[in-house]
Structures are given as C-alpha cells and as structure tokens.
Design a protein around this ligand. Structure first.
Ligand code: KG4
Ligand code: ZN
Length: 342
C-alpha cells in the first residue's frame, strides 16, 4: 500500500530585521519556527539600519537554520525544497538569505524555490486554517498596505494599495513624532487601548470606488493638531492621540476591506503582515466581518510579524506548482507580487 509522502520545506527569511528559519510539513504543519530579532540593535537609531541588519543576518543565519532543522528533528536529507524570500526588502539583507539557500541547495541537491515576502504573509493564515478561494487579503506591514484578491493558490491580484506611506510606516512615523521607541506600532496600539479617540482626524477615502489607501494626510493633520495644542500651551494626553490616530487608520482599513470583500464576493478575508498584530485592527475587523457574515482569518501574533514558517508555507505551494530557481537566483528588492506565476 503506498502512502502519499510528506513534503518537508525549509523556509528562510532575511528581508528586513528578522533572521528566520523554519521547517513546515505539507505546507500547513509547523515543525519548527526560529526567529532572531534585531530590534535591540536598531532601536537606538529609531529605525532599521540596512548595514547593521546585513551584519546581524550574516552572524545569525547558519545558527537559525541549524536550530530549525534540529528542533524539527529533520536533516537536510529529509528536506524536499528550500524556500527563500527573494524580495521585496532590503537588498543587502535579502542577499544573505538567498545566498544561504543557494549554498545549501547546491551542496545537498535540494530544489530551490523563491518566495515573495507578501505571499509569505498571506500564507501565514494557511498555517492555521486552509485558505478557501476566492479570498481577499488585507496585507498591512512596514512596507505594504495592499488589498489582494486570490481565486486560487499562488494567484495574486492587487486591487488596492497605499499611495504614500504603508500602514506600519505611518505607525512608526507617528511613534517617532510622539518620541516613542522603535518599532512604534505596538507602542501606539498599547496606548490607544487606554485612551479615547476624541480628536477629529481625517480619513482618506479617496475616489468613490477606490480600494487604495493614503496615510500621509492623517500624519500631517495629527502633527498640526499637536503643534496647535502646544502653541496654546494645552496638553494632549498621549493615549488620546494614539487612540484617535489608530481609530482613523482602522476605520479606513476595515471599511475598504469589507467593501471589497462584498464587491468581489469572497469566501474568506485573510489579515496579514506585521500590523495584523494590532489589537484594535484585529477586534474591529472580526466584529465588522461577523456583521456582514464574512469569515475572517487572523494569524496568531507570532505569525503576523516576519517569520520563516510563512515563507515555507507559501514556498510549499510554489514547489507543488513546479516553481524552481537555479543558482542564478538573485535578491529582488522591488519584486512584484502580481507577476508571479500560478
Ligand atoms: O511585516 P513586518 O514584521 O515587517 C515588514 O515586512 O514590514 O511589519 C513590521 C511593521 C512595523 O511597522 C511595526 O510597527 C508594525 O508592523 N507593527 C504594528 C504592531 N506590531 C507590529 N503596528 C501596529 N500595531 C501593532 N501591534
Ligand atoms: Zn513582513
């Protein structure tokens, strides 16, 4: 009697400031998921310093991969494919992961599969529950605010994106204005829960049918409000500022997501990316989707921020679709998601 063989994929992620390796079975079962965060090293600079990130990746990558294999109790001989983030991201950071993946693939004759970082974020949801199509994903991270429609595994259609700052970038910039430490998202989220969203701030709805986003007007408006209060010698509780900012961001994100989900008649909404860790966003999306009888997938916090299990999950789909790279594979800092094949 023949039994289907398991597919074991080693994932590698180094696109920004997390050095990560993971082993995933059959695209859904996490055998190990190891992440070395560099936040402490970048915090005093108020943001990610690319050179510092690359150096940390070089120091950590081999250790992460060894730990991931060890914790999963597999060897490279058991690994069917190596999935690595090819882009988008910082080129020097991406290169460390891509080169590590190429070296292992070459030395052990293992198929090499390039993965788009955002595809990885979306597939973090597949590690929790199988994706059902058609699906709409709201991807909110430090570099992206995208609404992506999918009618099959590995098929991505961008229906909306930010025209200026990404949601995470807006949080980080706002936090810097408020003199909170990097990364600002979690700080503002925490403060927002303690304040009232009473400041009158704009929401960028853009054109009537647009699924695009814009956060720069909100940022300017809030900076003006802070400035005016200061000039009048009035204090503004930071919790109130955080809550009002968060309310404006979430209002637009959730309203546009629900509108798109209904227009495209999707089966599921999948939240993805670092900002998916935001408590306010998670709660509001869940509540509003339930009112519209829409199913929402939200990854646990540990799978929202950058990790390699999500890269292995997306990589498994690509591997099963026959996608392979050879040793000419290069890092691609501006990699396009829609250009990817099925
Ligand atoms: O996906 P990610 O880990 O890295 C990128 O691919 O960009 O996202 C990082 C972003 C940062 O901007 C960070 O401030 C934001 O996610 N973030 C949050 C929260 N946790 C992380 N933003 C809002 N609320 C949070 N709880
Ligand atoms: Zn990310």
């Amino acid at each position: 009697m023949s039994e289907d063989k398991d597919t074991i994929v080693l994932g590698i992620e180094t696109s920004c400031d997390e050095t990560a390796a993971a082993v995933v079975k059959n695209g859904q079962q996490i055998l190990s998921n190891i992440v070395a965060s560099q936040i402490d090293s970048h915090q005093r600079f108020g943001g990610v310093v690319p050179e510092v990130a690359s150096r940390h990746h070089v120091e950590q990558i081999t250790i992460m991969i060894e730990q991931a294999l060890q914790e999963a109790a597999v060897t490279l001989e058991d690994v069917d494919a190596i999935a690595v983030t090819q882009g988008p991201g910082l080129v020097g950071a991406l290169l460390i992961g891509v080169n590590a993946a190429k070296a292992l693939a070459f030395a052990h004759r293992i198929p090499l599969v390039p993965v788009h970082h955002i595809a990885g974020h979306i597939y973090a949801n597949h590690l929790i529950q199988p994706l059902h199509f058609p699906l709409l994903s709201l991807v909110v991270s430090g570099g992206h605010t995208d609404l992506i429609y999918m009618d099959a595994h590995g098929a991505y259609q961008l229906i909306g994106e930010t025209r200026d700052d990404a949601a995470g970038e807006a949080y980080d910039k706002m936090a810097r204005t408020l003199q909170l430490p990097y990364p600002g998202g979690p700080q503002i989220d925490r403060l927002a829960a303690e304040g009232e969203a009473t400041l009158d701030l704009p929401r960028a709805w853009l054109e009537k049918d647009s699924y695009d986003f814009s956060f720069s007007g909100l940022k300017s408006s809030l900076i003006n409000t802070l400035h005016n209060h200061k000039q009048r010698g009035q204090s503004l509780p930071i919790e109130q500022v955080a809550a009002s900012f968060q309310e404006s961001v979430i209002d637009v994100l959730v309203t546009k997501t629900i509108r798109a989900a209904e227009a495209y008649n999707v089966k599921q909404i999948a939240l993805a990316g670092g900002v998916a860790a935001n408590q306010g966003l998670r709660a509001r999306l869940q509540y509003t989707a339930a009112q519209h009888n829409l199913e929402v997938l939200i990854p646990p916090m540990s799978l929202c921020t950058d990790n390699a299990a999500m890269i292995a999950a997306a990589g498994t789909i690509e591997y099963e679709n026959g996608q392979r790279a050879d040793l000419r594979l290069n890092a691609h800092p501006g990699l396009d998601l829609e250009g990817l094949h099925r």
